[in-house]
Design a protein around this ligand. Sequence first.
Ligand code: HEM
Length: 441
Amino acid sequence: MLPAADHLLRLLGLERTAFRRHAVSALLLLLLFLAFRLLLRLARLCWRFHATCRRLRCFPEPPRRSWLLGHLGMYLPNETGLQDEKKVLDNMHHVVLVWMGPVLPLVVLVHPDYIKPLVGASAAVAPKDELFYGFLKPWLGDGLLLSKGDKWSRHRRMLTPAFHFDILKPYMRIFNQCAHVMHAKWRRLAEGSVVSLDMFEHVSLMTLDSLQKCVFSCSSNCQDEDGKELSDEDIRAEADTFMFEGHDTTSSGLSWVLFNLAKYPEYQEKCREEVQEVMRGRELEELEWDDLTQLPFTTMCIKESLRQFPPVTLVSRRCTEDIKLPDGRVIPKGIICLVSIYGTHHNPTVWPDSKVYNPYRFDPDNPQQRSPLAFVPFSAGPRNCIGQSFAMAEMRVAVALTLLRFRLSVDRTRKVRRKPELILRTENGIWLNVEPLPPRA
Ligand code: HEM
């Protein structure tokens, strides 16, 4: 900087004057002042970080890899990572502190009573954090999933009626039709025999097809009580959000249910009998809205699958104020929290034998003493999933029609290995043997 100043003074013909001395002194003073401010800021940051660390000391941590990496690289997005997470869960039943490198702590909540203050907090107290959701912005825009504050509450209010039962009922025809198209393709591929198919591939195409038809055929009146309409950009962001949130999640949920039913033929047969009973004496193989309540066992199987393999394994929030947990410990303001849906669903103190697929956990005739937050595949609270009734209806239609027309078994030549990305997928798909059943008499 000083040579640059010298050069400037030379250009101005002032290099040998007293002015030079003054200019150089002023410049040095300025530099000192800037360095001091920087040091002060750094000291304040260190002090704040130290204070936060002290406040976080009450939370248990799994062993760290090193002070530099923290727990980075330990919870990998693959089968091994999920198994490691389960091992941690077997020892830490409420809350876990993990470090992403040396300076970024994350508080992971894995128990219904502990996720409650977070998911129940207003969207202003625990907004979505930029770190985990920011990278979706260029893709999804400022739609419901990512928007905040007034914009979010206005859009949520406007879009909620679009998921009312009366609006969903006509979608039943679309769900039925899209399942028919997928099944016709399966019959062609099977050529009267058995064929091994990747459920993820086929089911994704079906849910994409149905969502596109539902989203773009809907003529909702997107105008709220203040007369404020959604702009073209808003509509685009909401359509993109529904397409992403709606199709990938539902296809993951459905693929895992079909996998579980293929793995447990006794449950598969029980669901099939239930559907056959509903369809008895009908000419048209089409499920209607009122039929959905006549499928209690199928619904239990779907719920147990969403527990075991939740399509969205975690959601994250930033605490904009201190948040008190039920045991009195406090999550300090500014910390990012992960509400682990997978962790809550596999918490051994809430779900004994959590690895076992047991649909009777959801038997309405034998209700269990469980917190309503023990099962949260659609999250909970003000920012829960707006499309859960839509998804549950579509999954029930697709499972029921699939079992009516096909027998499923696991293709033992291809191992299923879980892969938790944005959505819970698998490394190489879910391959099932699909055997067409003779047409109903
Ligand atoms: C099995 C299927 C589904 C699962 C497991 C699921 C799960 C979730 C979860 C966990 C959230 C909370 C995300 C967060 O807090 O970051 C969420 C939010 C959301 N979901 Fe779903 N979802 C499913 C289907 C759908 C469908 C079918 C739609 C639309 C047609 C949809 C639209 C949305 C939207 C717009 C949000 C953001 C809501 C808000 O913040 O106000 N989802 N979903």
